[in-house]
Write a protein that binds this ligand. Sequence first.
Ligand code: SF4
Length: 190
Amino acid sequence: MTRSEVRESHIVALRFGDRKERGLWRRIRCFLQDHPTPLVWAWNVAEMFLKNMGGIFERVGAKRSSRWLKPVERLIKVPIFDCKTCGQCILHSTGMTCPMACPKQLRNGPCGGVRMNGNCEVQPEMYCVWVKAVERAARISNRLELGELNPPVDWQLQGTSSWVTFAIGRDNVVTGSGSGPHHASEVISP
Ligand code: SF4
């Protein structure tokens, strides 16, 4: 796709896009996400902090910790990423593009229905979340994370704080698999 086609599809998305995505804030949000390096730095700092918090969250209780942290997380992530509070954040591996905006909520790249102009097959007026992710990931240092396989969406985590699930390692555990694998890595790389 040429640069002018990309620009045109962005303009179309801006004009006909999701109601929440119109207006000044949508432009600011797009600017922030299209220049993701500072967001990645912020995540790197948060990651270092959260990695040391797992024990504390477990002592306090994951549910209680999540109850306290979720409002803070939403306060930051809803305006910037239109976060849907999936509780299993992979922004750091998608060029800081929330995959939950994808109508199919895919976690490992686009489906086969991306249109020639880069738009979504389900919502033709919307630019594909994963095309955006690829474009943005090319601008950041940890771009290789985009190629890593992610576990499927775990709906049991919906509405919880992804900071807590990350800190205690719960975001990587596959549930509902009976006697099968219980860790995401067992599913995606048997
Ligand atoms: S991946 Fe989940 S936690 Fe991260 S921004 Fe998207 S909805 Fe929010």
